[in-house]
Write a protein that binds this ligand. Structure first.
Ligand code: ASN
Length: 301
């Protein structure tokens, strides 16, 4: 690598290290406890889009590599009230996704979950930590931002919100890209319909078919930042939702067994660290945000 390229990469990685530090500190200040990541388990997030299976045999049982720790977050709340984890996720995305500049098949998300919380409470928490993060990066990583020629704006609270249905009506199918391009501050997408999300996000009892969930969209065309919401936690509701998705109870038998013993109401979200780094550093593609990027369809070290 040329000296200039190395200097750029160093700046990105120094900023990423600061991102992890500040997010961890801000959450600890708010009484969150960091838990260890789960890499292998018989249960993992089914996701709402197709990925190739990443399974291995462990002592005669089939385990999946973690696609997200959603179920483990719910289970952890039986012991702790507020948790976070820097969670490595493996998602064997279709190889066409290498073109998006936004997908890696191995990445880390800061995943958090809060017992008895509402969607609005975790959205406010997200705004607070996001604002603190941008302020800290501007202060502590001024030199690195200059190397990257990146100017950052501290967003104002509360962030704008747009309902999924309204976004779709106004901007059509590619609404996420358009919303991201026309704004200069992060914007919430809320009330995502049941068909566009996994069964574990809670259906709004007052608006059947609509979920109590959200995505955060970065400005300047950087696209989706995070997704999260309130969760289904009642055994009967979980079963109903699995059926509504056209999935089977058999697929989730290990999770269902645990859910039968009782889960607790909660809300949370997960924010991709490499996407966050890409946005903060103003990088063209996500592979620039990692030392060992795993690009869909490619053989990567
Ligand atoms: N971490 C996300 C959440 O908390 C789920 C995901 O990554 N698919 O909702």
């Amino acid at each position: 690598m040329k000296t200039k390229q190395i200097e750029k990469k160093k700046s990105v990685l120094r900023i990423q290290s600061e991102i992890r530090k500040v997010l961890g500190e801000e959450l600890r200040k708010k009484d969150f406890i960091e838990i260890s990541p789960v890499i292998l388990s018989p249960i993992t997030d089914p996701l709402n889009h197709p990925t190739a299976p990443a399974r291995i045999d462990c002592y005669g049982n089939e385990y999946s590599v973690t696609q997200s720790m959603i179920f483990h977050k719910q289970l952890a709340l039986r012991t702790l009230d507020k948790i976070f984890v820097f969670s490595p996720n493996v998602r064997l995305e279709p190889s066409g996704r290498k073109e998006t500049g936004r997908h890696l098949f191995e990445f880390t998300q800061l995943d958090l979950e809060v017992k008895d919380a509402t969607r609005e409470q975790v959205m406010e928490l997200c705004e607070d930590i996001f604002i603190e993060l941008i302020k800290s990066i501007k202060k502590e990583c001024d030199k690195e931002l200059k190397v990257l020629d990146r100017k950052l704006k501290v967003p104002k609270k509360p962030f704008k919100k747009i309902k999924y249905e309204e976004a779709y009506q106004k901007y059509g199918e590619r609404f996420e890209d358009i919303i991201s391009k026309i704004h200069d501050e992060p914007i919430w997408l809320i009330d995502i319909p049941l068909k566009s999300r996994e069964f574990y996000d809670k259906e709004d009892p007052e608006h059947p078919g609509i979920l109590r969930d959200m995505d955060l969209i970065y400005p300047e065309g950087y696209g989706e930042a995070l997704s999260g919401g309130e969760r289904e936690y009642e055994f009967e509701r979980i079963k109903t939702r699995i059926h509504k998705k056209g999935q089977t109870l058999e697929q989730f038998k290990d999770y269902i067994k645990l859910a039968k013993n009782g889960l607790l109401p909660s809300a949370g979200f997960g924010i991709g660290i490499e996407r966050l780094t890409r946005y903060i550093c103003g990088l063209k593609t996500i592979d620039e945000a990692s030392l060992f990027p795993k690009i869909p369809g490619k053989k990567c070290i």
